[in-house]
Design a protein around this ligand. Structure first.
Ligand code: ZN
Length: 322
């Protein structure tokens, strides 16, 4: 029997207040990619001009009712703030790490809700009012490192992932999206619940509503004197090297250096050369290259541009200080 749920307008509104940071969102494909078997996320478009769709009450209701599955962005591009931090872990021992984090957060009197996922879980912290992404990141990165946790990226293919993944997004950028809670995962064809309440939409949302929300003052007290650990500092790197390459006519073209690509939404998707070097990305879909502008590419496992360029034997020239 098919499990039918309905989400009331009131529930939809509460969900939006809790989770939605900006209008843009992603949609999980209903059909798996024929090669990887994964249900990829893409930014939905409509109409003859192909303008992007923004989140609205109908979209959220359909997500909660399990008809579609949306991904939510962590940063509002106008304020560079987020209503939440989500920590994603999906490796062996992931749950243990998330529980350790949850316990440690509790020591700071920060409530965190643990949501199940396909392999592992997502740990959510909610803000009283949207907080600066960069400050949220300083807090959680330092906490995780203090606990000896592995964080994905910078050469490490396995570990927790912390959303927001950027300190800020520039105009036209989106940062990273995470599966919106309480929907149905297309790949697993099931709904993943939060552990703290009965498996019922109303009860789950009531539970999330009761959690103590972190306020900016507390957050700032936690990060006083702390900075982003250097190895994870993703401040936009100086554009100089790329600019020089471009003006000298020897522009680096990532498409010349990767294997077979396929089109997924607005991107080419292929095996990430840096992941490949580490024996990762067997399904060959970690690297997304913008079709519109192939100079933009991104590894979903967190490899940096520097790592990818190194892996294909075209390292980004080091900018010499004057
Ligand atoms: Zn990679």
């Amino acid at each position: 029997m098919k499990y039918v749920v309905s989400a009331t307008p009131e529930l939809v509104e509460r969900y939006g207040r809790l989770f939605v940071n900006r209008g843009a969102y992603t949609l999980q494909s209903m059909r798996p990619d024929p090669e990887s078997g994964r249900h990829h996320y893409y930014r939905p478009k409509t109409g003859p001009t192909g303008q992007e769709l923004g989140l609205n009450a109908v979209t959220i209701r359909r997500h909660l009712q399990g008809e579609i599955t949306i991904g939510l962005y962590a940063i509002n591009p106008v304020t560079q703030r987020s209503k939440w931090v989500a920590i994603d872990a999906d490796y062996a021992g992931a749950m243990e790490d998330l529980l350790k984090l949850q316990y440690s957060l509790q020591q700071d009197r920060v409530d965190a809700a643990l949501e199940m996922s396909k392999r592992g879980g997502h740990l959510w912290i909610f803000m009283e009012a949207p907080a600066l992404a960069c400050e949220c990141r300083v807090y959680i990165y330092n906490l995780a490192l203090k606990l000896g946790m592995r964080i994905k990226g910078r050469g490490l293919a396995e570990g927790i992932e912390i959303f927001p993944k950027h300190d800020e997004v520039r105009p036209g950028e989106y940062g990273n999206a995470i599966r919106g809670p309480l929907g149905i995962h297309r790949g697993a064809n099931r709904r993943y619940w939060f552990y703290g309440a009965d498996y019922d939409l109303e009860k789950q949302m009531a539970y999330l509503g009761r959690l103590r929300k972190l306020n900016e003052e507390e957050l700032r007290s936690f990060i006083a004197g702390k900075t982003m650990p250097a190895e994870f500092d993703r401040k936009p790197s100086a554009p100089t090297s790329e600019t020089i390459l471009r003006s000298s006519g020897h522009e680096f073209r990532i498409l010349d250096h990767v294997g077979k690509t396929r089109k997924v939404g607005r991107n080419y998707v292929t095996r990430c050369p840096s992941c490949a070097e580490a024996g990762q990305d067997r399904s060959g879909d970690n690297l997304a290259i913008s079709i519109d502008d192939p100079r933009k590419y991104l590894c979903w496992a967190g490899c940096t541009k520097e790592m990818i360029r190194r892996a294909v034997g075209c390292p980004i020239p080091v900018r010499r200080s004057a």
